[in-house]
Design a binder for this molecule. Sequence first.
Ligand SMILES: CC(C)(COP(=O)(O)OP(=O)(O)OC[C@H]1O[C@@H](n2cnc3c(N)ncnc32)[C@H](O)[C@@H]1OP(=O)(O)O)[C@@H](O)C(=O)NCCC(=O)NCCS
Length: 174
Amino acid sequence: MECIIREATIDDCEHLMGLIQEIATYHHLENEITINAQVLKADGFGKDPFFKCLLAEQPGEKGCKPGRPIGHALYFFGYSVNHGKMLYLENLYVVSEFRGKGIGMELLRKVAENALATGCMEMKFMTMDWNRRAKAFYERLGAHDTTESEDFHCMELGRDALERLVQKGSKGQP
Ligand SMILES: CC(C)(COP(=O)(O)OP(=O)(O)OC[C@H]1O[C@@H](n2cnc3c(N)ncnc32)[C@H](O)[C@@H]1OP(=O)(O)O)[C@@H](O)C(=O)NCCC(=O)NCCS
């Protein structure tokens, strides 16, 4: 299917927030979301952007602006002590009625292009265990499951835990 892939701008943040809410709902994680469009604007389009984002949209009729984005890929850069520069893909999402038409693959292909253009050696991402279709989609591209092959577990410290950790450190200071 013909679609346009372009970099998101600050003016896309309301739509982008809608897509982020949809993918969270898809993963039954809608109650986990604490950000909003304002946060996206500040974090992605300020002086030191924390993420980059590609949007997929349908071409508009002649003379008309394209409509609401139908998919997105949100990513950021990181560093692996094993391999060097890496890209982390946080979200890949295509609106349900547009799935299976090659849009997800095209978004991912552009992300891969950006990874290579910036000298990245790998792209990392997570999928839920039950999301077999997404897992199969990535595996067909050559992805391997590091939880299975290397027993990696994905862990995180939330804001409260981070604050407790900082407090703990300061108690030991003279
Ligand atoms: C995964 C996803 C981004 C792929 O985008 P897409 O535009 O449907 O993908 P393409 O048309 O380029 O390729 C289709 C492939 O996607 C895979 N796929 C994964 N999840 C799918 C879903 N929920 N519906 C349809 N296809 C899906 C299929 O295996 C399909 O391959 P097939 O045609 O050989 O069966 C999209 O289906 C989606 O947004 N799914 C829901 C959210 C999700 O699972 N995101 C990834 C989480 S890490």
